[in-house]
Design a protein around this ligand. Structure first.
Ligand code: DGJ
Length: 463
C-alpha cells in the first residue's frame, strides 16, 4: 500500500486532512497525528492510523473554546487574542509528547494574535488521554525570549527539549524542559546566530543528533538544511543542504522513526504550504537516507511504501519533466491571463498548470520554453521600444531558443536567448512584465536576471 506524495490527503470520511506543521506520536499500535487546522474556531486537529495511510479523524483537540487551567509559571491564559471579534489567535506547529512522570500528554506550540507575528510566544496544553480535549495552559515567552517555529524532542534518557526560533527568527534556541514537561528549566544552547532558520525537526540515530531546518521565506519553500551533533548541548556542525533548492516544495514538520524488526527507517514529513490557498496545503513523506552516521540525504518520491513490520521503506519516483521558473522575489513566471501573451510573475500556486513549463530540447544544447497550460513559447517581442518576452506560437526562429546557464547556487540559472544573446530579465521597477536585456553584473542584475528552476513533484494540477 503506497502513500502518494504531493497530493491532498483525505481522511477516512473523505475530508481533507488538516494537520499542518504537525507531529506524530505512537500509542497502543496507532500513530496519532496532531496539526494545525485554521477552520472556524478550530486550532489543532487529531487523526490516527494504524498503517500511516488511512487517517481517522479523532477530533479538534484544541479550539478557541478549550478550557484553561493556570500553571505554576505566569502565562497569558487566553487562547483567543481578545480583539473585538474574539476569534483571533493563530496556533502553529503543535507538537505532542507523553510525560511518564505525570502520565499526561503535553502539547507545545507557537501562539500569535491572529493579525501578525509580533507576540512570538510558545503555548502549552495538556490532556490525560492522547486524543481527548486538551486543556489550554497559557502562552509565554520562554526564558523571556521571542519564540516562533518550534519542535519538541525527547531524548533516550527521558529529557525533553523545546527548540524554537528566537530574536525575530535570527537564532534557534534549545531549551531543556522541566520534569513534567510544562515549563522551561534552562536555555541550554543557541544555534547558528543570525542564520534565520525555521521549521526545526530533530532525530537521533546511532547516538548522533540531527536537526533539520528550513530557511525563512514565509510560506514559500526554500533550501532545507541539516546539522549534526554528538551532544544536544555540545558543538553542532555547520549547516548542510538537504534535498533540492526548495526541498521538493516542502518545509520540515517532523521526522517519524519507524522501528521495525529488520531496521529503523526515518520518515521526513514535510508541509507543502500553498501560498495562494493555505487550505490546499498538503504533505509529503520521504525516507531520509544515511550514507554514513553523520550524513543525511533526501530524495523526492512520488509514492512511498512503509512496511511497519520490517521497518523498510520502498519508494517510486517518476520525472515530471515540468518546471517552475521563479524570480529573485519568490514570484513565478505565469501567462498574464486569457488572451494575454505577456508574462507576469505571480505567487506560487500548486493548483495552477499555467506556472508549469516544458523545456523542449532544440539543437546545440538550446531549449524552447513552452507553457504547459496554453502550449505557447517564450520569445522576445518589441513592445513600446523595449524587448518584452511574451508567448508566441511555435516556430523555427532561433529567437524562440534559449540556453539555460547554471549558476553556482543549485537550481539558479541565467536564461540566454540564442538570437540576441540577451538574458531573461525581471524588472520589478518597470511594468511588472518580463523583458530580455544584456547581462548585468551589478547587484540589481543579479537579482533581476537570475531565475530558480524547480521541477514539479507530484500529480499534475487540473487546468
Ligand atoms: C514559515 C513557518 O515555518 C510557518 O510555520 C509559518 O509561520 C509561516 N512561516 C508564516 O509565514
Amino acid at each position: 500500500m503506497f502513500i502518494t506524495n504531493g497530493t491532498l490527503w483525505k481522511d477516512t470520511s473523505g475530508q481533507p486532512v488538516h494537520a499542518h506543521g504537525g507531529s506524530m506520536i505512537r500509542v497502543d499500535g496507532f500513530y496519532y497525528w496532531f496539526g494545525e487546522n485554521r477552520s472556524g474556531r478550530k486550532r489543532v486537529s487529531c487523526y490516527r492510523s494504524a498503517n500511516l495511510r488511512d487517517w481517522e479523524f479523532r477530533g479538534d483537540v484544541l479550539t478557541l473554546d478549550s478550557p484553561f487551567r493556570p500553571m505554576d509559571i505566569r502565562t497569558d491564559p487566553k487562547l483567543a487574542s481578545g480583539d473585538e471579534s474574539g476569534t483571533g489567535a493563530n496556533i502553529e506547529r503543535p507538537k505532542v509528547v507523553h510525560n511518564p512522570v505525570t502520565g499526561q500528554y503535553v502539547m507545545w506550540m507557537h501562539w500569535e494574535n491572529g493579525r501578525d507575528y509580533h507576540a512570538a510566544r510558545c503555548a502549552v496544553a495538556t490532556c490525560d488521554t492522547v486524543d481527548g480535549d486538551y486543556v489550554y495552559r497559557g502562552s509565554f515567552n520562554p526564558a523571556g525570549h521571542m519564540s516562533r517555529d518550534c519542535t519538541l524532542f525527547v531524548d533516550d534518557d527521558g529529557t525533553a527539549y523545546f527548540i524554537s526560533a528566537a530574536r525575530d527568527n535570527a537564532d534557534l534556541h534549545i531549551y531543556r524542559l522541566s520534569e513534567d514537561f510544562l515549563s522551561i528549566d534552562e536555555h541550554v544552547k543557541t544555534l547558528w546566530p543570525g542564520q534565520y532558520r525555521e521549521a526545526p525537526a530533530m532525530l537521533k540515530r546511532n547516538g548522533v543528533y540531527f536537526l533539520i531546518t528550513s530557511g525563512c521565506t514565509g510560506w514559500e519553500p526554500n533550501q532545507g538544511k541539516y546539522a549534526y551533533a554528538d551532544r544536544i548541548t555540545g558543538r553542532w556542525s555547520r549547516l548542510y543542504d538537504l534535498g533540492g533548492p526548495t526541498t521538493y516544495d516542502t518545509q520540515p514538520a517532523f521526522v517519524l522513526p519507524i522501528h521495525g524488526a529488520e531496521t529503523t527507517s526515518y520518515l521526513y514529513i514535510g508541509d507543502r504550504w500553498d501560498p495562494s490557498d493555505y487550505h490546499r496545503s498538503s504533505y509529503s513523506a520521504l525516507p531520509l537516507e544515511f550514507p554514513d552516521d553523520r550524513t543525511l540525504v533526501l530524495h523526492w518520491a512520488d509514492a512511498v511504501h512503509i512496511d511497519l513490520h520490517s521497518g523498510r521503506v520502498e519508494t517510486r519516483r517518476k520525472q515530471s519533466g515540468l518546471w517552475r521558473i521563479r524570480n529573485g522575489s519568490h514570484r513565478y513566471l505565469t501567462p498574464g491571463g486569457e488572451g494575454d501573451n505577456r508574462i507576469a510573475a505571480r505567487r506560487l500556486s500548486y493548483a495552477s498548470l499555467s506556472q508549469l513549463w516544458v523545456l523542449e530540447p532544440a539543437d546545440g544544447g538550446f531549449v524552447r520554453i513552452q507553457n504547459r497550460a496554453c502550449g505557447r513559447y517564450l520569445e522576445p517581442q518589441q513592445h513600446n521600444g523595449a524587448a518584452e518576452v511574451a508567448l508566441a506560437e511555435r516556430s523555427d526562429r532561433t529567437s524562440q531558443q534559449w540556453r539555460i546557464v547554471e549558476e553556482e547556487k543549485a537550481g539558479w540559472c541565467i536564461i540566454r536567448n540564442r538570437l540576441t544573446g540577451n538574458v531573461l530579465t525581471w524588472n520589478r521597477n518597470a511594468d511588472g512584465i518580463l523583458h530580455e536585456e544584456a547581462l548585468r553584473s551589478d547587484r540589481d542584475g543579479r537579482h533581476a536576471q537570475r531565475f530558480l528552476l524547480t521541477e514539479h513533484y507530484g500529480e499534475l494540477p487540473a487546468m
